[in-house]
Write a new protein. Structure first.
Length: 135
């Protein structure tokens, strides 16, 4: 029996820049915030999601984690600038970021209470219109 669950991570904040005002700084810190959703509903380990997929099944989540890599900032002119990820050794390493939306409550008993819903990195401080990445 195959069940299809429509689970999507949606980038909430267009781009939250946190750069310094120093004129000598050539890089700017960006924080990309994500929110997990099942269809149009916010993801929660304590919610049963009805009407999911082509079989319109009821789904009780067990987990919701994902890896994202090759994050790029897209300038207004369409050119792309790579986001150099902050290296924390837990959630982000090299060019891979780990997003974790489950909090160990409800039916997500296999997970941990720690969550991570943002990707943080640095890039040049030019006007950015959107982002691209691979998950």
């Amino acid at each position: 029996m195959a069940r299809t669950a429509l689970l999507s991570a949606v980038c909430l904040a267009a781009l939250s820049g946190c750069g310094e005002g120093d004129e000598d700084v050539v890089l700017k810190t960006f924080a990309l915030s994500f929110a997990a959703k099942v269809g149009d509903e916010p993801f929660s380990c304590t919610t049963t999601f009805d009407g999911v997929g082509t079989t319109r099944s009821a789904v009780k989540p067990l987990d919701f984690r994902m890896y994202v890599y090759d994050v790029r900032l897209v300038r207004d002119d369409g050119s792309e600038e790579p986001l150099s990820l902050e290296q924390d050794g837990i959630w982000q390493r090299d060019e891979v970021a780990f997003l974790d939306f489950e909090d160990g409550t409800g039916t997500c008993e296999t997970g941990s209470p720690e969550t991570r819903t943002e990707i943080v990195g640095v890039s040049t401080p030019s006007p950015i219109s959107t982002t691209r990445s691979t998950a």
